[in-house]
Ligand binder design. Structure first.
Ligand SMILES: [Zn+2]
Length: 150
């Protein structure tokens, strides 16, 4: 990490803290050459392994577009989707893994989506879990009902 003041090629970390959203680490650094202090922010890389085997960086936008389809006609705003995508990113990052597959993202989406809108949840689950009969819907609805009754 080059010093932004004198371009010295080395710096010393004097303090590290995790950002409020838990997604990055901020480091307070000091240049041993000129004594200048500066802050850097580092985000751990998180990659997604697609079913095709292709690896690409995790994208909140992709999470949002996947969920957006399930939310058509539902009272779900873009802000809700952005919040959901953030929750999903936080939960997959909390596992500490640097690579996850799309299946795990789907799983991470189900919980918060269910909180957001149960119809959208059922639609998403029906695609993601490949429901192929009315019984699959009945089972999923039954679980929702059972949880309501609690
Ligand atoms: Zn310096």
């Amino acid at each position: 990490m080059h010093c932004p003041f004198c371009r010295h090629s080395d710096s010393r970390v004097i303090d590290s803290r995790t950002s409020d959203d838990g997604l990055s680490i901020r480091r307070r650094r000091q240049c041993p050459e000129c004594g200048g202090r500066f802050t850097t922010s580092e985000t751990a890389s998180l990659n997604v392994i697609k079913r095709s085997g292709v690896i690409e960086p995790f994208s909140r936008e992709k999470v949002m577009s996947g969920v957006r389809k399930a939310c058509q006609g539902r009272p779900v705003t873009e802000a809700d989707l952005a919040m959901l995508a953030q929750t999903v990113e936080e939960s997959v990052r909390q596992t500490g893994a640097s690579q996850i597959d799309t299946n795990e993202i789907g799983l991470a989406i189900l919980g918060p989506l269910r909180e957001l809108d149960e119809i959208a949840y059922l639609r998403f689950a029906s695609v993601y879990q490949a429901f192929d009969s009315l019984e699959d819907f009945e089972t999923a609805i039954g679980k929702l009902r059972a949880d309501h009754a609690r």
